[in-house]
Design a protein around this ligand. Structure first.
Ligand code: 1PR
Length: 509
């Protein structure tokens, strides 16, 4: 029958569920989209990939009448696969922007991971699954590496009725080969209980390939790279991104380096690049450049949230904010008031912290004496030109063109408070130099925050990756030039990290 080959998908428009769609189709099923509460009740099997933040998702579900339909569907004991937030929403309440009441179908609460014990939250990256109880659904998944992005975990109260606790695992949304689960799901109606993972496993370090892109004179987006932010052209973004995915990159970042002067929604090539890339690249995509409020030539105002939403709809898993986050942090440090109006705050409130990266572009400023400046300094490993032993790292905006009165340390701490889920830490002095990451800078920032820090700028050899993971708390390392110029393949970096004893995913696509 038609129904045996159809999966009903609840996509309430809050983010990127492209990969889920790709995966369902990959397994040979058709997709019926939920347009009204009745569609939920009419479903034979319902997949609910929750994206975004708990509070805004509950608002949408309640306003549209879908909350009641979902409760009824589950009461009727119909097959249901809740992924990530799609599972959490079934609980009584969540701490995310809250406490906020959920659908109340599973007794229990959703809590934030406790970062006070040295945990880096959100947990982002490829980690192995450990299945401690035999379940039909996750058969064969034991020991496999899947991609996690989560800050919250669901804590069910002990009940007699087993519920499918699909943890907050979103891994499956990234690679169709991991969607075997779907096949099983479509044949089974049994509810099974999967206890949360018990033993902690090492958090895998990520290797990220970055593509700086800009529009050329004929309006095409090209990959560009230079040193110290002085750029030249290298190739086509989608082709390169696909190649990096095949080569084993854990994530891909696109930075539209002219985004600060052009309006991104007028930048159709970037949206096209994302659409094409998300069909070929099954690891997370981050996109940055130009995310801010904007009024176009006709006087039409676009909020940064609209800009970000368009990026998410086109296939981005995370967005990255540069200049606008610096202004938001400066205002916050001056007034100590969180207005809730900055792009950083608005986007993380709707899409969740884990979807918002802040890109920092600092430049080293040597000083003789830390007392000379009001910013956090470090004792540098290599003295300055006049024998200076200290430095602070001054933030810049507009691709390094303008320097601002705020240090990388101060910025990192402020944006963490404002809702950033991750920091992409560049360094203009090291960019394109191939002399290694700025260990002093990465150490200072990764020790200062509890969110993950991506070390960037300066990778020139495989040893630079193990060095940054050994000497700092960085969660990921990003490089551009060495990959573009094919000097060091991504696989060589990964092999080196294994040899050096830094854990990394072995069976990831
Ligand atoms: O300010 O929100 O519009 O965001 C602009 C974004 O574009 C920021 O993330 C900023 O870092 C980036 N950007 C702006 N201008 C440039 C430039 O190069 N002229 N690129 C630029 C920044 C730095 C890294 C680079 C690493 C690794 N590129 O992303 O990829 O340094 O390079 P390497 O491995 O070759 O050393 P907004």
């Amino acid at each position: 029958s038609a129904d045996a080959s159809t999966v009903t998908l609840l996509d309430y428009g809050a983010g990127n569920v492209r990969s889920v769609r790709n995966a369902i189709r990959h397994l040979g099923f058709g997709i019926r989209d939920v347009r009204s509460p009745e569609d939920i009740l009419a479903a034979d099997r319902l997949v609910f990939p929750g994206v975004g933040a708990f509070g805004s998702a509950m608002d949408v579900l309640t306003r549209s009448g879908m909350a009641d339909a979902l409760r009824e569907y589950i009461r009727r004991d119909r097959p249901f696969l809740g992924i990530c937030l799609g599972l959490q929403l079934l609980f009584d309440s969540s701490e995310e922007n809250g406490p906020i009441s959920g659908l109340g179908m599973i007794p229990g609460v959703v809590r934030r991971f406790d970062s006070s014990k040295g945990l880096i939250v959100p947990h982002i990256g490829w980690n192995s699954l450990e299945i401690t109880k035999d379940t039909q659904l996750l058969q064969g998944a034991d020991g496999h590496h899947v991609y996690f992005v989560h800050s919250y975990h669901a804590l069910p109260m002990k009940t007699k009725t087993g519920f499918l606790l699909y943890a907050t695992m979103v891994s499956v949304s990234y690679h169709p080969s991991q969607w075997a689960t779907f096949k099983r799901f479509s044949f089974t109606q049994k509810r099974v209980e999967v206890p949360p993972r018990r033993k902690a496993s090492n958090l895998a370090k990520r290797v990220i390939a970055c593509l700086d892109v800009r529009s050329n004179d004929s309006g095409d987006l090209v990959v560009t790279k230079g040193d110290q932010y002085d750029v030249r052209n290298l190739g086509k973004p989608v082709d390169l991104a696909s190649q990096y995915y095949i080569d084993g990159a854990d994530e891909i970042s696109f930075l539209n380096i002219t985004g600060f002067r052009d309006f991104p929604l007028g930048d159709l090539p970037m949206l096209e690049v994302l659409r094409f890339a998300s069909e070929k690249v099954f690891v997370p995509l981050t996109v940055g450049g130009g995310i801010r409020d904007f009024t176009d030539a006709n006087g039409r105002y676009y909020s940064s949230l609209e800009v970000a939403s368009e990026y998410f709809r086109s296939g981005a898993d995370k967005i990255s904010i540069g200049s606008d986050a610096v202004f938001a942090a400066e205002a916050y440090l001056q007034t100590s008031v969180k207005t809730g109006k900055s792009s950083l705050e608005q986007i993380s409130r709707v899409y969740g912290n884990q979807a918002v990266v802040v890109s920092i572009d600092p430049r080293r400023v040597y000083v003789k004496n830390p007392e000379e400046v009001q910013f956090k300094t470090v004792k540098v490993s290599n003295k300055g030109p006049l024998g200076e032993e200290y430095a602070w790292y001054q933030c810049t905006v507009s691709g390094g063109r303008d320097s601002r009165p705020i240090g990388a340390y101060e910025l990192a701490k402020a944006v963490e408070e404002l809702g950033a889920g991750e920091i992409l830490l560049n360094c203009i002095d090291c960019d394109g130099q191939g002399c290694g990451f700025d260990i002093d800078l990465v150490k200072m920032v990764s020790d200062a925050v509890t969110i993950p820090v991506i070390a960037s700028s300066g990778a020139g050899a495989v040893e630079h990756f193990s060095e940054v993971f050994e000497k700092t708390n960085a969660s990921a390392a990003l490089a551009a030039g060495i990959f573009h110029r094919k000097e060091v393949p991504i696989l060589a970096v990964k092999e080196h990290l294994v040899d050096a004893g830094v854990e990394f995913p072995a069976d990831q696509p």
